[in-house]
Ligand binder design. Sequence first.
Ligand code: TYM
Length: 326
Amino acid sequence: MERKTVFSGLQPTGNVHVGNYLGALRNWVKLQDDYDCIYCIVDLHAITTEYDIAHFANDRRGAAKVLMACGVDPERSLFYYQSQVPQHTELAWILGTITGTGQLSRMTQFKDKADKAGSNLGLFAYPVLMAADILLYRADAVPVGEDQKQHLELTRDLAERFNSRFGDEFPVPDPIIPEHGARVMSLQDPTAKMSKSDPDEGSRILVLDDPDTIRAKLKRAVTDSGSEVRLDWETKPGVSNLIEMMSLFTGTAIADIEAEYGSGGYGRFKEAVAEAVIAGLAPIRSAYRNLDDAEVERLMQRGALDARTKAEGFQQKVRKRVGLAG
Ligand code: TYM
């Protein structure tokens, strides 16, 4: 049977954190066993908000390196920088012609970002480029965290709209969202998601944080009133976030964590969470140290070359459908 295609992307702004890892990257890695996977560092998405131009090339390679250290395998998956495959932006333009501006203005991520940093056309069209990323390769499934659900809905709408207007071309892709870990919360405000753009470094644990930093961040993590370690997102969001994190890093059931730490107080529990996270991230840190910058860059260039060939084959069909074939 023909293998199905998976596509996903990550922005190279800031450092990769445990939210990215638990919400998306762990699935990226697992899916490589059974799907044709295409993974992308979405640099064109990253430049829609303020970014550090001088360090961008470095940040981009850093993100590629972390992903390889997490287990994204360029020998098994197609892995590259989005801007090096121009078919993404060509398809985004075409999809833009069937996207309602009303629908785009209702995107919650757009509204959040525009409120904080001001709007621009790139930020407004961001979800259309994301739809193009996915549809370009006719992806069947897209592993993401909960915050990308609305963008996936738009992608599905656009696939259907394109198919009905121009003829059946795109599969309607399904999101793959994990049951647990799809929305890892900020350590400083457990009612907000952990995010790369939060100015408070203490709000997130980076995949490459050293053990002492992880201990310090978890010690400072905001917990809730009371002292019982029990999963209850309504009244104990801080503790629930830590319980979930511990369960995902150790593979221990939530009920077993509650039984072991329930009445021992928050201090002892936070120390145990820190050790679980440190142990879970240790193999990634050590794989990262063994990766060579020049080799990573070589693999990314090779990935872009392969991706361009594949994308061009698909894109020719789109040009024909819309009446732009030469
Ligand atoms: P980005 O770079 O913000 O995040 C990468 C992935 O991490 C997930 N994620 C989280 N999961 C759980 N808890 C959190 N606190 C958390 N924060 C982030 C995200 O859901 C995402 O899966 N728009 C995308 C990038 C993108 C893309 C695509 C994704 C561009 N094109 C095509 C899929 C398919 C983004 O900004 O992800």
